[in-house]
Design a protein. Sequence first.
Length: 585
Amino acid sequence: MQALTLQLFERMGILLILTFILTRIPLFRQLLDRRKMSARRIVAYSCLFGLFGILGTYAGVVVEAGASGSFFWLQPLGPNQALAHSALVGVVIGGLMGGRLVGIGGGLLTGAHLFYIGGFAGLAGAVTAPITGVLAGSVAKFFAQERVISPAKALFIGMFAPILLMGAILIFTTEPEKAIALVDEIGLPMVLTNSVSIAIFATMLHVALREEERAAAYETEKALHIAEAALPHLKQGLTYRTAQAVAALLLRELKATAVALTDTERVLAHAGTGNAAVRPGEPIGSASAQAVIATGQLRIVAQPEDIQPRHPALGAAIIVPMMEGAKAVGAIQLYFKRPDDIRRVEIVMAEGLGQLISYQLGATAHEKMTSLMKEAELKLLQAQINPHFLFNTLNAIHALIRTDPALAREATLQLGNFMRLNVRVMASRRTTVQEEMELLKAYLAIIQIRFEGQFTFGSLIDAGLEELLIPPATLQMLVENSIKHGLRNRVSGGVIRLELKRAGSSAVVRLEDNGTGISPDMLSSLGEQPVKSGEGTGIGIYNINQRLISMFGREAKLVFDNLAEGGCRVTFRIPLHDSKEVSVS
């Protein structure tokens, strides 16, 4: 018995080497994906594991009259000969990996060969092999959540196949004493070698599975790299030029035969095999591609007739939707030579790539939308500010026409100058401090006509900050607020001082007046929201604050303080790294 066990292990060692080679075959590795198999695949896997069972037969040892002998090539056995073999290993693995249909298919081929070999146990082997395949496939259902059964479970399951064979030998024999002697001799060696071999086979499958997972992780990392490289093109939108650049990038980085990009109606670009047969701009002719765009769901195409373009080298495809929010804006089509070339690794990579590109498209659209919203918000705020000043000025001119026509004429000329400067400054989101000061001087020229002698204005600006960019009309509106509210009770002696100085990485704008100051209960809310009071709504200050925050962040918000000697101070900061700065000698 010991010698027989060693012989079986030696033979099984050679078979396990072949098994390791088998795990390198792409067709076999597709079993790890646990996908629903077609009839053609079931036949293919049945033949594969049936062949493995036949090889296990040739790895067996002939037993006759208590003696054993091994032969390189087995001939049909005599009635007094029996075979201790490992044929059931392939049948069990086929059932565990491929299910009952693959198990019974591999079992029928193995059983037919065992019946051909014949011998004392030939009929028992022919009956046991397909039954073993069915039972192994049924047991696999209990472990359906596992992509590969664990070696410990495989070791336990592997014991039952040779035990079942031993029982069949005892059932189908006409010579009970001879059958009992044969079972005593080959039973334990076959149980040991078969169960250990199945456990080793399961270990090899786990190794192959880990390799697949590492490959999937690598493909996911590659998808991230591709998406990052495609981002500069995608930011420009889906055009023929950007689509061609992305298609060429995907073809270079992936293992696909060809790559195509479409929008919702047309083929934008095609790279790789079949390139000459595709014209950019032609309508999408693949029903599967149209379905992917309609549903936003990835689809695998295994029918060459549903592939655009028709080409002998293009037999399968993965079609991935490109989403912008909840709407598909196009599709990526990855072409392969055969359906068997599409493994789980390729599917995982395609899904990850589609999600990353869709995220980038959504982020780009969001960025553009945010920019447009900010533009619209600023235009709205500017539209709210300009009529406010214009209304007050026209009222002042209307009053001067009756009392001082010459002064009214001068105010009208100054208003025209102010409006010309205002149109130029308001044409952009930001204006320089120098342009803002020109606008402010034109404004003060109008105001001084109305309030001559009531206040004086002075400014101090550090050299090099004249080209600092700020929101249009910011300084003019703050000065207007000081005149209208801070100095409203001063008949004369009013002072307004404007300073713009460097402070580290920022420029600090400070505006002070010697007016009445701000009510303490309004200090915290002024600028954060329109404030209703008997003195006004605070909408102008609120608009200025929102423009500053929109452009430079919360650090640039307006800060109000009452001065100890009387009056008010308004301060805000402009980050120098966000603004254009030119040094002045």
